[in-house]
Design a protein around this ligand. Structure first.
Ligand code: IPM
Ligand code: MN
Length: 384
């Protein structure tokens, strides 16, 4: 018998608990309806509240506890809000966000997947009609690069202070993220063909492919890792002659994301450049309220992957029941799909949740609704 799928639910700070409550409601509905062999446990950490009480954002053995689960569903971390309360318990950004980076690192969640597809009903920020066709997947290297936290401060607090922040890029991590990008491009092409919505991308030698991977670097200035990424990309692309290849410098990529985002399919970027590009990609596909994200370890089945929307704790609207849970619910759908690799019933529930969230979005374009109203409407759809 397959073992029960177990989810660690970590609501976190700010709007995190509000949007997570709707995700859990949907999970409950799906479990009851399909008799899914799935359970979850809620953790009050990591959070500001835990830090206020215990002097640390999460217990020392937090990662050991979380490792017993198949996935982590995280709301948001950061300023808990409300912003008009000057006495709220606040931590510095680097302290409050550390658990997120600790989990990514500790569980070697080396892929950060951020799809940006402008779905019907989502807000279209770009005036150009072609923006309706935006459908890209940004794959962010999630284990090293600019985020290795190596460096230090010398002569701190003096006029002669020096700060160093070192970037580390290994060939191993470079190869695996690029290969992952090509695999996703292939999967996306297959899915599109199955759904009868093909796309075409030209290769430099004039061939036409169903999918594309665009590598983003800043190799004109950051040449060491830029050149290594380029060489790895060229070598690995030979294994995928069916996938078109492309390269953009990160500054030009920002421009083209706005100018012609519909021309991108899969985008592979470094940790920091991927972080920046995905805030932009989120807005292009409807805003933070609808932008899903996940941190995956595709190689080690003993390591839980973490599912958390791209948005933060949104202290400006925290506690008001106004946060849009759509991003969280799309993220939850992706989690079920991921967990469904071992249990097809869970994968089917993920697809059902995605369809319900997309249908709700399409039907309610432009209407202002509260967090619970949206969650309840989606649950109702799931129960119908
Ligand atoms: C994100 C966030 C984090 C990141 C922060 C909170 C450390 O911006 O998930 O995109 O930079 O990775
Ligand atoms: Mn970010």
């Amino acid at each position: 018998m397959a073992k029960t799928t177990r989810i660690a639910v970590t609501p976190g700070d700010g709007i995190g608990p509000e949007v997570v409550a709707e995700a859990v409601r949907c999970l409950e509905t799906l479990r009851a309806r399909h008799g899914l062999d799935m359970e979850w446990a809620r953790f009050p950490w990591p959070s500001h509240a835990w830090h206020e009480e215990h002097g640390e954002s999460m217990p020392q053995d937090a990662l050991d506890q979380l490792q017993k689960y198949d996935a982590i569903l995280l709301g948001a971390l950061g300023d808990p809000g409300p912003v008009d309360d000057p006495d709220r318990y606040l931590l510095s950004d680097s302290v409050s966000l550390a658990p997120l980076l600790d989990m990514r690192k500790g569980f070697d969640q080396w892929v950060c997947e951020r799809p940006a597809r402008l779905l019907p009903g989502a807000r279209q920020y770009l005036a150009d009609e072609r923006a309706k066709d935006i459908d890209m997947l940004v794959i962010r290297e999630n284990s090293e690069g600019e985020y290795v936290s190596q460096g230090g401060r010398l002569r701190k607090g003096t006029p002669d202070e020096v700060a160093t922040q070192i970037e580390v890029f290994t060939r191993k991590a470079t190869d695996r993220i690029i290969r992952y990008g090509f695999e996703q491009a292939r999967n996306r092409a297959t899915n599109r063909v199955n759904e009868g919505r093909t796309r075409t991308f030209k290769t430099l030698d004039g061939r036409t492919c169903e999918s594309q991977v665009c590598l983003v670097t800043k190799r004109n200035a950051l040449r060491y890792w830029g050149d290594m990424y380029t060489e790895a990309f060229e070598a690995i692309s030979k294994e995928y002659p069916d996938v078109a290849t492309h390269h953009e410098l990160v500054d030009a990529a920002c421009m083209k994301f706005v100018q012609s985002p519909w021309a991108f399919d899969v985008v592979v970027a470094s940790n920091l450049q991927g972080d920046i590009l995905t805030d932009l990609a989120a807005v292009l596909s409807g805003g933070m309220g609808v932008a899903p994200s996940c941190n995956l370890n595709p190689t080690d089945p003993d390591m839980p992957s973490m599912f958390e929307p791209t948005h933060g704790s949104a202290p400006d609207i925290a506690g008001q029941g106004q946060a849009d849970p759509t991003a969280m619910l799309f993220t939850t759908a992706r989690m079920l799909e991921w967990l469904g690799r071992k249990d097809p019933a869970i994968a089917a529930a993920g697809k059902e949740l995605f369809d319900a969230v997309a249908a709700d979005l399409a039907e309610n374009a432009g209407t202002r609704r509260g967090t619970h109203e949206i969650g309840a409407a989606i649950c109702k759809r799931l129960s119908a």
